[in-house]
Design a protein around this ligand. Structure first.
Ligand code: IMP
Ligand code: MG
Length: 195
């Protein structure tokens, strides 16, 4: 069987595996410093995109945290948000009276995060922080506010490209690349089964 190197589909790498790992360590140290063991937060990863970031981040947090996931659907299989996120799989944990750190791969329009923050607020979380590996502030349509004493932890500011890798997909592919890069334009014109 022919071996396909999905790295050949990438036009340029924006952040290497090492750069990501170093930044994740810094974010984890900052979060570890900001919380106490007595009020250790629930880390909530937004599936599927944030799962790789979540796995790396939580292993570097030195607090007795718990980990959960929530699933939000907003993109379909294209590159433009539908603008109407819906929670398709809710948390298992009870977050009433707890501190929550929402872990996201990227903040783009802000629709997903503002929907999730409202959801966690309604469930009675005492604070909601956001930890996003990437942020595309130039694309923001909806501003979001952290809850209570929550903070916004941001890995890197991202230029306005559609990017893939380290959890981020195009048509569900490329999540397993260990770095973040820009896809070659010709890849967008293919059907998902041809990528
Ligand atoms: P928002 O609701 O527009 O802020 O979009 C957030 C979600 O869209 C993220 O959780 C990502 O899964 C996805 N997303 C946004 N930008 C990109 C991108 O450049 N590549 C892949 N996924 C993206
Ligand atoms: Mg996502």
């Amino acid at each position: 069987m022919a071996i396909i190197n999905i790295g050949d589909h990438i036009e340029k790498v924006l952040w290497t595996e090492k750069q990501i790992s170093d930044r994740v360590s810094n974010l984890a140290s900052e979060i570890t410093r900001d919380f106490s063991a007595a009020a250790a937060p629930v880390f909530v990863g937004v599936a599927t995109g944030a799962l790789i970031f979540l796995a790396d981040l939580v292993r570097k947090i030195h607090l007795p945290i718990t980990v959960d996931v929530i699933r939000v659907d907003s993109y379909g299989s294209g590159t433009v948000s539908s603008g109407k996120p819906s929670i398709s799989c809710d948390l298992k944990s009870d977050v009433q009276g707890k501190h929550v750190v929402l872990v996201e791969d990227i903040v783009d329009t802000g629709n997903t995060l503002s929907c999730l923050i409202e959801h966690l607020k309604a469930k009675g979380a005492s604070s909601v922080s956001v930890c996003a590996l990437l942020d595309k502030p130039s694309r923001r349509k909806v501003s979001f506010e952290v809850v209570g004493d929550g903070k916004f932890y941001r890995g890197f500011q991202c230029p306005d490209y559609f990017i893939v890798g380290y959890g981020l997909d195009f048509a569900e592919k490329y999540r397993n690349l260990p770095y973040v890069g820009v896809l070659k334009p010709e890849m967008y014109n293919k059907y998902p089964s041809e990528i």
